[in-house]
Design a protein around this ligand. Structure first.
Ligand SMILES: Cc1cc2nc3c(=O)[nH]c(=O)nc-3n(C[C@H](O)[C@H](O)[C@H](O)COP(=O)(O)OP(=O)(O)OC[C@H]3O[C@@H](n4cnc5c(N)ncnc54)[C@H](O)[C@@H]3O)c2cc1C
Length: 292
């Protein structure tokens, strides 16, 4: 794993706001943040947080591009908690970074941290210093004539970035699976986007911001996005699909597009953002074991 062109940014909380029932927005600032250069769209970062009881964020700041082996060598009880998040928005003058946390109870250290974050709390980000960097996955082929975007709450920040970056008039079919109708957000775009919010706490019916529909899925519906996509007309021509969310759901969506709809597998970007019953620490351990 290489870091270039990524660097550590030692930041602190400026504000923490509960923006809706299912989301907390944490705004970070700090010296050097001006060097961070987000590529937009689904720009991923690594977020490092102190363990409970720690004041400092223990990361191998001096290790440069060798940070990953250096981080693995650190005592697992001492090193910071590492999680993957998306830049929801980066602003200049003053330099600020927003991260939106999809709330899922108090079992995860990152989610718990976001719920209790206070101004001044430290957090370190491993982020890009060049806009064209390997932390952006949304890369439609140049001949794409439409896009399909599917994401759950964890992917909403990325979906917002993707919609903001789409060219004017690009046909886009978008499904977003959130817990609450009140979690819907304005998603400005110049694309010709049809956005469907799958809100688990409302019955089916029209409504929602910017003409989006609120399709309501029965609570506990296994894969609302899959059910919605199965029922929808998928554009022909040369679509490009971007799928992100719970790992099992994302795999099922990809299988449906490739096997049932005949979409070229090379035109589908799919990323498991989390896995049910598995923490990100466990996922990292499994990846390290598999690589060995
Ligand atoms: C590229 C990328 C970008 C991401 N961007 C964002 C983002 O911008 N915002 C965001 O909120 N998340 C984002 N995620 C997902 C986030 O990294 C995971 O949800 C992460 O597991 C949260 O860490 P945690 O410490 O709260 O929980 P963990 O300690 O990792 O997990 C604890 C338990 O909670 C479960 N869990 C984790 N996430 C969820 C969830 N959303 N719903 C229900 N149960 C869950 C796990 O399965 C586990 O059982 C992104 C992931 C990736 C790979």
């Amino acid at each position: 794993m290489t870091t270039a062109p990524f660097e550590f940014f030692e930041l602190h909380v400026l504000r923490a706001t509960r923006i809706s029932p299912g989301f907390a927005r944490v705004t970070l600032g700090g010296a050097g943040l001006g060097r961070l250069a987000s590529g937009g769209r689904d720009q991923r970062i690594k977020l490092f947080l102190p363990r409970p009881g720690q004041q400092e964020v223990a990361v191998p700041v001096g290790a440069g591009t060798e940070w990953w082996p250096a981080w693995q060598r650190m005592d697992a009880d001492e090193r910071a908690v590492m999680r993957t998040y998306t830049i929801r928005e980066q602003r200049r003058a003053p330099d600020e970074l927003d991260i939106d946390f999809a709330l899922h109870g108090d079992t995860g250290p990152a989610c718990s941290w976001a719920l209790t974050a206070r101004p001044g709390d430290p957090a370190t980000v491993l982020g890009p210093v060049e806009e064209d960097n390997g932390g952006v996955d949304f890369r439609p082929p140049t001949d794409a004539d439409s896009v399909l975007v599917c994401g759950d709450a964890t992917a909403l920040p990325a979906v917002a970035g993707i919609l903001a970056a789409l060219p004017p008039g690009m046909p886009a079919r978008v499904w977003i699976d959130v817990e609450h109708a009140a979690d819907r957000q304005e998603l400005p775009t110049k694309a010709d986007a049809e956005i469907t919010w799958l809100c688990r706490d409302v019955p089916p019916g029209p409504g929602g911001p910017r003409g989006a529909t609120v399709d309501g899925q029965p609570a506990g519906a296994k894969h609302p996005m899959l059910e919605a996509m199965r029922a929808a007309a998928v554009p022909g021509g040369a679509p490009y699909a971007w799928l992100a969310g719970e790992a099992g759901c994302v795999k099922a969506l990809r299988r449906h597009l490739v096997n049932d709809r005949g979409v070229d597998r090379r035109r589908v970007t799919f990323t498991g953002y989390w896995r049910r019953g598995t923490s990100e620490d466990d996922l990292i351990r499994q990846a390290i074991a598999a690589a060995a």
